[in-house]
Design a protein around this ligand. Structure first.
Ligand code: SAM
Length: 283
């Protein structure tokens, strides 16, 4: 079954009485070149189990299953279950979890489905939870090698920005803390049905799985990062005193200890400075 053929897709969806949900970020890929490229660049290969988030009608799922040993996919929309039974019927290495990825026990899923395999994540992410999903995957310390995802172009720019620049955000710090990120290719809005209002890009995060801080310090570090970036144009002293309840004196002293000016803003700090400042503040 050709899941990038518009006629075929329309036929399947109408037979199942399916209407797209904007709220769930349902823009399905119909450009035949894109899913094979995501799979090939995303570690979908022998020896790997691939976790997919958001299957839609299974257009990417299928390309992943053709290349990897196993695919486990989490899809929230129950209306898609009978559709997937039909579109993925020929595969015996795909397991679908009809769940919300934000509530799913991903450690257990990986343990149950991918024993003896390396693990990669591939997805065309629902745009409304791009950052929360990426942060969840990173912060959960899952045993994964890479995360290859389609995101909106603006999100890709933020993810791939350098830490310490105006273009960076909490998510930029997150990916650079856990690994290395790069943009692979851009995808035009016409590659989707229905077509969204913006273009997209595929990025890959290669995880180093080295933890620079212990678990408690790491938790505190991300609290600082999130509090700081929630008011990024304010000085660190102002944003952290109002969002974390830390006293200004303590913040000034941690800034001085790190060799930073009392007027520093969070977006000006590079990775090493952020880590050193967070450690000083956590003392
Ligand atoms: N992979 C398909 C494709 O490329 O055509 C679908 C991609 S579409 C952008 C995002 C998919 O994620 C939709 O099928 C949507 O129902 C699903 N989704 C949305 N929120 C979700 C959540 N919280 N957990 C799991 N899946 C979700």
């Amino acid at each position: 079954m050709n899941l990038t053929n518009i006629g075929t897709v329309k036929d399947i969806l109408s037979r199942h009485g399916f209407n797209f949900s904007k709220g769930l970020g349902q823009n399905f890929l119909i450009n035949p070149d894109v899913c094979p490229r995501i799979a090939e660049n995303g570690n979908a290969r022998e020896g790997f189990g691939v976790l997919e988030i958001g299957t839609g009608i299974g257009v990417l799922t299928k390309e992943l299953a053709l290349r990897a040993d196993k695919v486990a996919a989490v899809e929230i929309d129950t209306r898609l279950m009978p559709v997937l039974d039909e579109t993925l019927a020929e595969f015996d290495n795909i397991k679908i979890y009809n769940e919300d990825v934000m509530k799913c026990d991903l450690h257990k899923l990986i343990q149950d489905e991918f024993s003896g395999l390396k693990v990669a994540v591939c997805a065309n992410l629902p745009y409304y939870i791009t950052s929360p999903v990426i942060m969840l995957l990173l912060e959960s310390r899952l045993p994964i090698e890479s995360i290859t995802v389609m995101v909106q172009k603006e999100a890709a720019q933020r993810l791939c920005a350098a830490v310490g620049t105006r273009e960076s955000g909490a998510i930029t710090v997150g990916v650079n803390y856990y690994g290395k990120v790069k943009q692979l290719f851009q995808v035009s809005r016409g590659s989707f049905m229905p077509s969204p209002n913006v273009d997209s890009a595929v990025i890959r995060i290669d995880l180093t799985n080295e933890h620079r801080l212990d678990e408690e310090e790491e938790k505190f570090f991300f609290k600082v990062v999130k509090a700081g970036f929630s008011q990024r144009r304010k000085t660190i002293a102002n944003s952290l005193s109002s969002n974390m309840g830390a006293s200004k004196e303590k913040i000034y002293s941690a800034l001085r200890e790190t060799g930073l000016s009392e007027n520093s803003r969070i977006e000006q700090l590079n990775m090493e400075q952020l880590i050193a400042f967070s450690k000083a503040l956590n003392k």
